[in-house]
Design a protein around this ligand. Structure first.
Ligand code: NAG
Ligand code: NAG
Length: 348
């Protein structure tokens, strides 16, 4: 589009010169065959100009008024807290109203770089890298769900807790940091939306993701489609993301984008540039339509941590890497969970 704009501007300039001084005009006119009369050629030129002007106006209209872009959180910033309040979508508000103590004062979104420390994010990145050593999607999107044990492998999923190597990889430090980080993120959601922290429950799916530019092999690899979380997972009420790698350094592409539609012809794209230890949180209803851009290079690691107000959909923290006696029991529980699509519902 910028090429088109450039040539349009050039043409406009040269034709402007032409009207000022007649003798230079033929020089700038390259397409004239010479057989038509001057008045016809002038008419053609006039029409060409009108068409170009209309084109310019259309381009300006579409770029300025149709889709605007806004950076909500850039990679270079270190944000204490940035917020954007929104009206809740009606179905979201109606549904969440069933859960006492869980109704947000307003819907919206927030970003903070101060909830999780870079050191904690580093430990979780180590955990993610170790986990994905054991399995990866052959397409561009791999997941590791420490609750169900689901790990991408080729075009399928395996149960990571069935792999003997997993035992050595996941340490107590990993699990403690994972739990601690989850608790801090949960508190941040409660604070931001003015809820009691006890009203929020961790829910399925909560998982590590690893995104690359590899060509998608299955539908699970197509992470970039616009969607509303609550439509994908009806149990969701609040979605959070913790980024583990840096946009522009560790990977390119892969920004998180909210799509704000204000009527058919008025769209604003609101970008979050991932940054290590950055947390973003938002209400999971239609007020937060979003997608992730396709990664164009490098590897993007993040954790999706999901919360529900519905106690029946609550899920416990993962219990891997506990002491020896509990291990067998845990392995069985994990296997059981991995086998069901929904995961088992357990109270924390
Ligand atoms: C477009 O939407 C924005 C909010 O996203 C709003 O502030 C603005 O007034 C809207 N413009 C028009 C022309 O509707
Ligand atoms: C994919 O990313 C790698 C680096 O991670 C890069 O070398 C390669 O050119 C990228 N491929 C495409 C098709 O963009």
């Amino acid at each position: 589009m910028s090429d088109g704009g450039g040539s349009v501007r050039q043409r406009k300039k040269s034709s402007g010169d032409g009207t000022g001084s007649r003798p230079r005009k033929p020089k700038s006119t390259t397409s004239s065959g010479g057989s038509s009369s001057p008045s016809t050629a002038q008419q053609h030129q006039m029409w060409a100009r009108i068409v170009l002007m209309v084109g310019i106006v259309a381009i300006v209209y579409f770029t300025t008024f149709r889709t605007r872009e806004k950076k909500f959180a850039t990679q270079r910033e270190v944000l204490e807290l940035r917020t954007q309040p929104l009206d809740c979508s009606r179905p979201y508000l109606e549904e969440i109203s069933k859960f006492a103590g869980c109704i947000p004062n307003r819907c919206g979104r927030f970003v903070s770089d101060k909830i999780v420390s870079p050191a904690e994010a580093g430990i979780l990145l180590d955990l993610a890298r170790a986990g994905f050593e054991l399995g990866q999607s052959s397409g561009g999107a791999s997941i590791l769900d420490l609750h169900s044990g689901a790990l991408s492998k080729g075009t399928q999923f395996v149960n990571v807790y069935r792999l003997p190597e997993a035992k050595r990889l996941f340490t107590n430090q990993h699990i403690n940091v994972y739990r601690h980080v989850k608790a801090k993120v949960q508190q941040a959601v409660a604070d931001h939306f003015r809820l009691s922290v006890d009203a929020l429950h961790l829910t399925h799916p909560t998982f590590f993701s690893r995104l690359t530019n590899a060509t998608a092999k299955t539908i699970h690899d197509e992470y970039w489609h616009e969607h509303v979380d609550k439509e994908t997972y009806s149990s969701f009420h609040f979605t959070t993301l913790l980024y583990l790698t840096d946009y522009g350094k560790d990977f390119t592409g892969g920004r998180f984008v909210f799509i704000d539609n204000e009527g058919k012809h008025n769209r604003t794209l609101v970008y979050i540039e991932p940054k290590r230890a950055r947390v973003s949180g938002f209400t999971s209803g239609a007020e937060n339509l979003h997608h992730v851009e396709q990664v164009t290079g490098g590897v993007r690691y993040a954790i999706t941590i999901s919360f529900t107000c519905d106690r029946e959909m609550a899920m416990a923290d993962p219990k891997f890497a506990l002491d020896e006696e509990e291990e067998e029991e845990e392995k069985e529980a994990a296997t059981e969970n991995g086998g069901t699509r929904e995961g088992r519902v357990r109270e924390p």
